[in-house]
Design a binder for this molecule. Structure first.
Ligand code: SF4
Length: 420
């Protein structure tokens, strides 16, 4: 059989292909034969994951066939890539929830492992080969010696850079690109797949929230030298190791004003859930350059079940994008995409409408990191429009909104101004 072959883990824990069968993939609850047009050679630095208590599906001719003596396998893609289809498996009784990763479909095709994926950003700032752990460790030690009282140095150095391997935190200590500043301990949402806080009995959160409120001095000691010296310098408020930064808007506003009183170099950015348009407007007026608003969809019906917002509605998220654009900020959507939900025809039209209505500058096509079955339970029984497929979705948006940038990373404001 010439089509893509299934790739599974056998009883000995080896990854093998299954000649004579056709690889399957999944989008939402739909199961289908993997389309060769979706495939790329497995991106370098992807991780192959074994999925516990999950039996892989394959196709035997037109018939789907569970591979009972095997475990399903998936790829976790490196930054800059987005998934077009997910690993197809049957969840066995008692299966634990999968940890917070995205489970991209993989197969064996034309003599190599392939994944259903597309590269959406070729900015090298998170390329794994550009990081040396020893060098980061040396720099963190030097920063701690220089600023022994600064808790943000310890938090971003010891935890984010060295324990969790956050590329932005590592870049802070390597003196380049986008550097994080975390501030918020709480959040006004309760996302199913929150990476900084999970209720007991669900999945481990890969990071934990910072447990102190940084002082203005602690922020300035990190932010100002970075902005003054780093190539493609950018400081971002709103990180994976915190809650919602707009809940600390007052402190961020003070920080922005104080930073800009010391240096005009580099850009100031906010990653947020966009819940407080009024607070965002104040930050824009203080000198924020760009904002990235996260969502898993472009309408309330998709957003609310996943984000479980406590004190705001999806309309506030839209208003935040509008307010930011009206004040001259570059706006991005951090679209936590999920094949089978994001690529429905009605979602595509809502996304285009949102982009038009808010003057959106960019979509960052990031994969939603969540157990697919856990996520789909949120939308059980909801009527669904036809599925376009992720590849067709990307093409549809590209054609309908040719000026909308596609990417994965936050672009520095000076590069946007120069059209780079
Ligand atoms: S908005 Fe961010 S911090 Fe808040 S619950 Fe969602 S993922 Fe977690």
């Amino acid at each position: 059989m010439a089509g893509p072959r299934p790739l599974v883990a056998n009883a000995s824990g080896e990854i093998v292909d299954l000649p004579g069968l056709r690889a399957a993939a999944r989008a939402g609850d739909d199961l289908f034969a993997l389309d060769p047009a979706d495939l790329v050679p497995l991106p370098e630095a992807s991780e192959l994951l074994f999925l516990p208590a999950r039996t892989p599906w394959a196709f035997d001719g037109e018939k789907r066939a569970a591979q009972d003596d095997s475990l399903a396998v998936a790829a976790f893609l490196p930054p800059g890539w987005t998934a077009l289809a997910l690993s197809a498996f049957r969840r066995e009784p008692g299966a634990p929830l999968l940890p917070l990763y995205a489970y991209t479909a993989v197969c064996w095709h034309r003599g190599r492992i392939c994944a259903a994926a597309r590269r959406v950003d070729d900015d090298p700032k998170h390329d794994p080969q550009a990081f040396s752990r020893d060098e980061v460790k040396r720099r963190v030690t030097a920063w701690k010696r220089r600023l022994p009282e600064n808790r943000l140095v310890r938090h971003h150095g010891e935890r984010c850079a060295l324990e969790w391997g956050c590329p932005n935190a590592q870049n802070l200590f390597l003196g380049r690109f986008e550097a994080p500043i975390a501030l918020a301990r709480s959040c006004n949402a309760a996302c199913l797949g929150c990476i900084s806080e999970q209720p007991a009995g669900t999945v481990p959160s890969p990071q934990t929230r910072l447990d102190f409120k940084p002082t203005l001095d602690e922020i300035l000691e990190l932010a100002v030298p970075h902005l003054e010296r780093a190539p493609r310098a950018m400081v971002s408020f709103g990180q994976g190791c915190e809650g919602e930064p707009l809940l600390e808007a007052e402190r961020i506003e003070q920080a922005i004003r104080a930073i800009r009183a010391r240096t005009r170099r580099g850009s100031l950015h906010l990653n947020t859930n966009g819940s407080r348009p009024d607070a965002l407007a104040r930050l824009a007026d203080a000198g924020l350059d760009s904002v990235r608003v996260s969502t898993n969809g472009a309408c309330e019906e998709t957003y609310a079940p996943y984000y479980r917002p406590r004190t705001y509605r999806f309309a506030d998220v839209v208003e935040s994008l509008r307010v930011a654009r009206a004040r001259g900020l570059f706006t991005s959507l951090n679209l936590l995409s999920f094949p089978g939900i994001s690529d429905r025809a009605d979602e595509a039209e809502s996304l285009l409408e949102l982009a038009r209505e808010t003057g959106l500058g960019m979509i960052q096509w990031r994969c939603l990191n969540v157990d697919p079955d856990w996520y789909m339970e949120l939308y059980a029984g909801r009527p669904r429009a036809p599925r376009l497929g992720m590849r067709a979705l990307l093409e549809r948006i590209r054609q309908a909104a040719p000026n909308l940038r596609f990417g994965y990373f936050n672009p520095p404001a000076d590069e946007l101004a120069s059209g780079a």
